[in-house]
Design a protein around this ligand. Structure first.
Ligand code: SAM
Length: 249
């Protein structure tokens, strides 16, 4: 697989483009030269609805900070998980959140909804929330460059758990499927039983301090069925990956 770069702009075979700044910088760091072959993807395939794939491209000019390429053949290459998995979670602390987004992207997560709950350590709003969201989307696109996914996971703006259950849940895709709550307090049913079906799945996981009893009750009242991940207490960034790793293929 030739070096892959995410290019957030329309891509079309036969066209000549200048790479976006992030991708150009990455090409410069790799000291690529004119004639070198790379792979580009933009998350929208060739622009047809629902398409996802990647383009061959050839470097034509290496400027001081800009890079020009011509695009070659498009292939509708799909490297997604076999079912849509939506992660809704009380955010772990800063650097762990980046790590979780990177690993969840590699494992095929379809969307990530970061939440703040009563015991959340990481709390962001306004400009800081916008900056965090842009940073997380960059972490996800870099993970797609590395793992070969041509569809970026959707990362939503941070919300409070209460608001999200009241408003956000209604906006989740109709096919967001089975709802599971990863719960140390109320989870008695083993995860394996709950994921036996093959449809989409939305699961809610708590922050380091866990969800409080009222938050768990509110989630269950919205149809999130509590499940157990076993006898050990997993970290806020480990628990979601256990679920994703059971489903990734
Ligand atoms: N002291 C917290 C508590 O008792 O909830 C620990 C929270 S744990 C570090 C972070 C989150 O991971 C939990 O809120 C839960 O969603 C999930 N989790 C961790 N271990 C789990 C397990 N064995 N079964 C179900 N969920 C688990």
């Amino acid at each position: 697989m030739s070096a892959r770069f995410y290019a957030d702009l329309p891509l079309m075979s036969g066209s000549a483009i200048s790479l976006p700044e992030q991708a150009a910088r990455h090409v410069q760091v790799l000291r690529l030269q004119p004639g070198d072959r790379i792979t580009l993807f933009n998350g929208q395939g060739n622009g047809e609805p629902g398409s996802e794939g990647e383009f061959e491209a050839t470097v034509t000019r290496m400027g001081r900070s800009d890079v020009d390429v011509t695009l070659g053949a498009y292939t509708a290459t799909r490297r997604e998980a076999g079912r849509a998995i939506h992660l809704v979670m009380g955010m772990p602390a800063n650097e762990r959140m980046d790590w979780l987004i990177e690993k969840a992207t590699e494992l095929g997560v379809a969307s990530i909804q970061p939440l703040m709950s009563e015991r959340s350590v990481l709390r962001v709003k306004g400009d800081r929330a916008d900056k965090k969201l842009a940073h997380w989307r960059g972490v996800a696109s870099a993970a797609c460059e590395q793992c070969g996914r041509n569809r970026l996971p959707l990362i939503h703006q941070v919300a409070s758990l209460t608001d999200w259950l009241k408003n956000g849940l209604a906006e989740t895709p109709a096919d967001a499927g089975t709802r599971l709550l990863l719960s140390l307090q109320n989870g008695t049913r083993p995860l394996e039983q709950a994921i036996a079906s093959h449809g989409a799945l939305t699961f809610l996981s708590g922050p380091e301090g866990g969800l409080n009893p009222q938050e768990e009750a509110a989630a269950m009242a919205c149809g999130f069925a509590p499940v157990s991940l076993g006898p050990r207490v997993l970290r806020a960034e480990t628990a979601p990956l256990l679920v994703l790793s059971r489903l990734a293929q």
